[in-house]
Write a protein that binds this ligand. Structure first.
Ligand code: ARG
Length: 244
């Protein structure tokens, strides 16, 4: 009885304070790669989680340009393919026997990419071999989307390392411009609701609208803060140059 009353009280406090008991990506739930086989993790060559991505062809991974960039290096800062690895079919990144790891043979990064806040944060990794997993087609934005990733479940936690997902509302370009000064209408989209967002380690990962890949996790100010929606690369804007 006491326990139940406490649980109700805790829920009320969580709702009022805007906090969420189910953390995630931030504010999400556990997911399994078997339900979304095209979602992949991108790691360093020694297996540390860097980013997410999505298989758009058996040997092509859509991700963010900043995931293929060496941080803090100006000029020629594209990350060499041999520093990247793609992990598919592994819900829990600690279970190294699950799924498949693929080497990256080639990196294409948007030629205009400079830093996340300026946009063009999109890259395609070509894998050394095709993977036997379902791919996802590109699509347009809608009212909401599902973001997936292995990243942090709050601003200052370690990464989840098991796949999580959250449904996030997609805001209008007008709202995004008001909330995010660097927002570039048409080439970016913004989504989130104060208690649901992507976070560090989710970058490059998919935002899925009606079963299609509409966005790539790009940047945010903190994670899941009120009035700070997550910003995504709007893939429809790049469709002709991406060739998908
Ligand atoms: N840039 C971050 C990364 O490298 C993720 C940014 C997404 N943040 C957000 N609040 N939506 O993983």
């Amino acid at each position: 009885m006491r326990g139940k009353r406490f649980a109700v009280l805790a829920t009320v406090i969580a709702l009022v304070s805007g906090a969420s008991t189910a953390d995630a990506i931030v504010g999400g739930t556990p997911a399994r790669v078997s339900d979304t086989p095209w979602v992949v993790a991108i790691t360093t060559s020694d297996g540390q989680l860097m980013c997410g991505g999505a298989l758009v062809a058996p040997d092509k991974v859509m991700t963010a340009a900043h995931c293929a960039t060496i941080k803090g290096v100006l000029g020629k800062n594209q990350r060499p393919a041999d520093q990247l690895r793609v992990v598919a079919g592994r819900t829990d990144l600690r279970v190294k026997t699950d799924g498949i790891e693929a080497a990256v043979a080639d990196v294409w990064r948007h030629p205009d990419y400079r830093e996340v806040t300026q946009g063009d944060d999109v890259a395609i990794l070509t894998l050394a071999r095709p993977l036997p997993y379902r791919t996802i087609a590109l699509g347009e934005v809608g009212d909401d989307g599902v973001v997936l990733g292995w990243g942090r479940t709050a601003e200052n936690t370690p990464p989840s390392l098991t796949l999580r997902k959250a449904t996030v509302p997609i805001l209008s370009d007008q709202e995004c411009m008001l909330k995010e000064p660097d927002f570039r209408p048409g080439a970016m989209l913004c989504a989130g609701r104060g208690d649901r967002d992507a976070c560090t380690g989710d970058s490059g990962g998919p935002l899925v609208v009606r079963g299609r890949l509409a966005g790539v996790v790009s940047f945010g100010r903190g994670c899941a803060r009120a009035n700070e929606p997550g910003v995504y690369t709007r893939l429809a804007h790049y469709r002709s140059m991406l060739g998908f």
